[in-house]
Write a protein that binds this ligand. Structure first.
Ligand code: ADP
Ligand code: ZN
Ligand code: ZN
Length: 737
């Protein structure tokens, strides 16, 4: 080749097109390297995929600059992402971009890590013996407390100090003045710092499960850890993680978004040491980049993160843990619609390391895979220590009338729990005051003009709010049609809180829903109040169901169990059962015997019956048979094309064309196991002024589905639908709305 002629590179660009773009450069660029490229009139960040011998295009633009010396993905992660792009039929440029730290989506070179501030004692010099210190601290209890926290060779960061001692800053000032402690700037704490809590002796069940995982460190193996709530799954993960770290390898620990609380981080740090870094949406781009950098350079022993942490570069990965693997939040619901659990399994196989999927209520997909021997099933059947599973009692709302959402036996039960100074969780999967506001006289209803949905009444701001598009309007007391006083039907968190507050005026309440805890910080503050037992009654949505370990809660009341029983979504019973068992699992986790009360109008429903027995196994076995008989996932494979537009017909046309093309492909390629349904309006027909439709494709064989989706997605992309139409493809959709 001519020495002066530049090399052609194929570059992935973050645009919604399923192809690569050719650029030239005189630089020697490696796959996975970020480059600055001209694209249209802009300059954007692309990722080099490969060299090309030639290009079909005559005029090729050249790479402006290489942004870093090194790549941003390892070979395994690149393989994972290219696989994901094919599996989800999503444009590779968008996939790679979604998998990078947000900071690196900007055209800047990879920054170095930030040093952090730490505090430690000044080691006692000669002439300042210990009794000098105690003299200096005699009348300063706050300073003494901090000094004790920094005992021996402890080097603590502000975050840790905040957790251990919220008022430490003033004390630190005093101690620095007295020359007893110092600030120092470092990349990270020295030593592992794993102080280790008083070590718990694992139960036999826990030890057995941990040993099986430990035995397989060093190769790909996938485990399901099915352990009832409070059986100590976390302890099992940590035992295996500890061994992995001892072997010099790193742990990737995924948790659902709202379980990643400071309590969890400090619990994991206590076991695994201070070099555990976290990554979640409550952190700034810079903070997340810092964690990424520490993992990439092997300075993090473990990375504790939510969904997108599955893409994090680990210098030396050794184990992946996915806690609450059934959780819906692992599925990305827009853009690149991946499932982090499924990608974690793929990643483990590419990295040749074991993966543990833990849950009290594993997803049907995972159970199905365990039945097919693709996962090894590990079980924890008992709660740790004296704690027993709570007794679940059904309250028939046909027998006991509801008073503002709550019936008498529930009120009585709360009363006796409060008398014992224990805590209560009241669970209702609906925020706001009342979900339905209507006129009894003429039938008028408060509905959103932009969505096919009712408006929810929010009492604090005296507003009607749409929970789908965010629309708000002023509340009116009288029917706009006939002037009759409006009627509130149903109850949300606000109404339940109001009802109970009027019955228990002395109790301390906390409402935990997306209105109240609208930032991560506020959520953490509230969880902290619960932990410290500064509230008695917690009224909340799913926010309180996940993983939390509240020792003071002995009663859980479920306001309404019936929502999941009659939904159009085939997954609704599975989700309902998982949520109710999860929330029930919050009761009686410490010594006491917990109790759960479930209000339902359908006490004879077989699902409800299985729930009272805590019998997830019988429930999942029965449901899996039903799914098999009706050819639903995990026995068949779904893909959903969605289209939306302010113009119903434009969206419908696109999906009709898509269906026609799909049927042609199926015939041509003889994909006998694939079915194309007719396009239909989505269950949520209209959202924010846009009509929504969907087209379901089902296959009995996964391979045939992909044989269709590849060319089909390209042809939809090429269709040049009107600009108003947005479309997307969702492979293995979790939400059929
Ligand atoms: P799960 O995640 O299975 O619901 P956790 O791991 O949160 O359960 O454990 C529940 C509680 O039991 C925690 O407070 C934990 O500290 C405690 N625990 C777990 N294992 C043991 C053990 N072997 N001995 C004593 N306490 C334990
Ligand atoms: Zn009216
Ligand atoms: Zn709306």
């Amino acid at each position: 080749m001519d020495q002066n002629s530049p090399t052609i590179y194929q570059v992935a660009v973050p645009v919604p097109l399923r192809r690569l773009f050719d650029y030239t450069s005189h630089l020697e660029l490696n796959p996975g390297q970020r480059v600055l490229i001209p694209f249209g009139k802009r300059e954007i960040v692309g990722i080099v995929i490969s060299k090309a011998a030639s290009s079909e295009f005559k005029k090729i633009r050249s790479v402006k600059a290489a942004l870093d010396d090194s790549t941003v993905f390892t070979e395994q992660i690149r393989d994972l992402l290219e696989w994901a792009s094919r599996y989800y039929h999503h444009p590779i440029g968008e996939v790679l971009s979604a998998a990078m730290p947000v900071l690196l989506r900007q055209p800047i070179s990879m920054p170095g890590p930030k040093k952090e501030l730490f505090y430690s004692r000044i080691v006692a010099r000669k002439g300042s013996p210990a009794d000098d210190v105690s003299k200096l601290l005699k009348s300063a209890p706050a300073q003494k407390k901090l000094y004790d926290l920094l005992a021996e060779d402890k080097v603590l960061s502000p975050v840790e100090l905040n957790n251990a001692y919220p008022g430490w800053r003033a004390a630190a000032k005093g101690l620095i003045q007295k020359g007893l402690i110092k600030k120092l700037e470092k990349l990270q704490p020295s030593g592992s710092g794993s102080s280790g809590p008083p070590k718990l002796k694992l139960t036999d069940e826990q030890q057995l499960a941990a040993d099986q995982i430990i035995n397989k460190l060093g190769g790909f193996h996938s485990f399901i850890l099915q352990g009832i709530t409070g059986s100590g799954k976390t302890e099992v993960y940590l035992e295996a993680a500890k061994r992995c770290i001892k072997n010099g390898k790193q742990v990737l620990f995924l948790v659902p978004e709202i379980s990643l609380t400071p309590q969890l981080v400090s619990r994991v740090r206590q076991h695994l040491g201070l070099r555990v870094y976290s990554m979640h949406s409550g952190m700034s781009d810079k903070e997340r980049y810092q964690s990424w950098w520490m993992a990439k350079n092997g300075l993090a022993t473990a990375l504790l993160g939510t969904r997108s942490a599955v893409f994090t570069w680990l210098q030396n990965p050794g184990l992946i843990i996915v806690d609450e693997e059934h959780d819906q939040s692992y599925k990305q619901q827009d853009g690149f619609r991946y499932h982090a659990r499924d990608l974690a399994i793929k990643r483990a196989s590419l990295e040749q390391i074991p993966i543990v999927l833990g849950s009290a209520t594993p997803s049907f997909e995972s159970l199905h895979n365990a039945n097919a021997a693709r996962h090894r099933l590990l079980k924890l059947r008992k709660r740790v220590g004296k704690a027993k599973l709570p007794e679940i009692e059904i309250i028939d709302t046909n027998t006991y009338p509801l008073d503002n959402g709550i019936c008498l036996p529930v009120v009585k039960a709360i009363d006796s729990v409060l008398a014992r100074n224990e805590q209560v969780i009241v669970y209702i999967n609906r925020r706001g005051y009342a979900p339905v506001v209507h006129c009894y006289d003429c039938g008028w209803q408060a509905v959103c003009q932009q969505c096919a949905a009712r408006l929810t009444y929010h009492q604090h701001r005296k507003q009607f709010r749409c929970h789908h598009c965010g629309h708000r309007e002023r509340f009116i007391e009288q029917c706009p049609e006939c002037d009759t006083a409006l009627y509130f039907a149903g109850a949300g968190t606000q109404r339940i809180e109001e009802t109970l507050a009027s019955k228990f005026p002395d109790a301390r309440f906390c409402r935990l829903d997306r209105d109240q805890a609208n930032t991560t910080r506020k959520l953490y503050q509230q969880l902290d109040l619960i932990q410290k037992r500064q509230v008695d009654v917690i009224v909340g949505t799913q926010l309180i169901t996940k993983g939390h370990d509240f020792a003071g809660v002995s009663l859980v009341c479920v306001v309404n169990a019936d929502q999941g029983l009659f939904s159009v979504d085939f997954r609704a019973p599975e989700i309902m059962f998982q949520q109710l068992l999860q929330v029930s699992g919050r009761a009686g986790r410490a010594e006491g015997n917990g109790k759960v009360l479930i209000q339902t109008a359908h006490p004879g429903n077989p699902y409800i019956q299985m729930l009272t027995q805590h019998d997830y196994v019988r429930f999942s076995d029965a449901s899996l048979i039903e799914r098999e008989q009706t050819s639903y996932p995990p026995y068949a494979y779904f893909a959903l094309f969605r289209a939306e537009s302010p113009d119903f017909n434009a969206a419908a046309t696109l999906l009709n064309q898509t269906a026609t093309i799909a049927r042609q492909f199926i015939q041509q390629q003889n994909l006998s196991q694939v079915e194309v349904f007719s396009p239909i309006p989505s269950p949520m027909e209209k959202l924010a002024g846009r009509f929504r439709l969907q087209l379901l494709i089902r296959s009995q064989i996964r391979k045939q589905l992909h044989q269709l989706l590849g060319p089909l997605s390209l042809s939809v992309e090429a269709q040049k639908a009107p600009r108003s139409v947005r479309w997307s493809l969702d492979v293995d959709p979790m939400d059929m709305g």
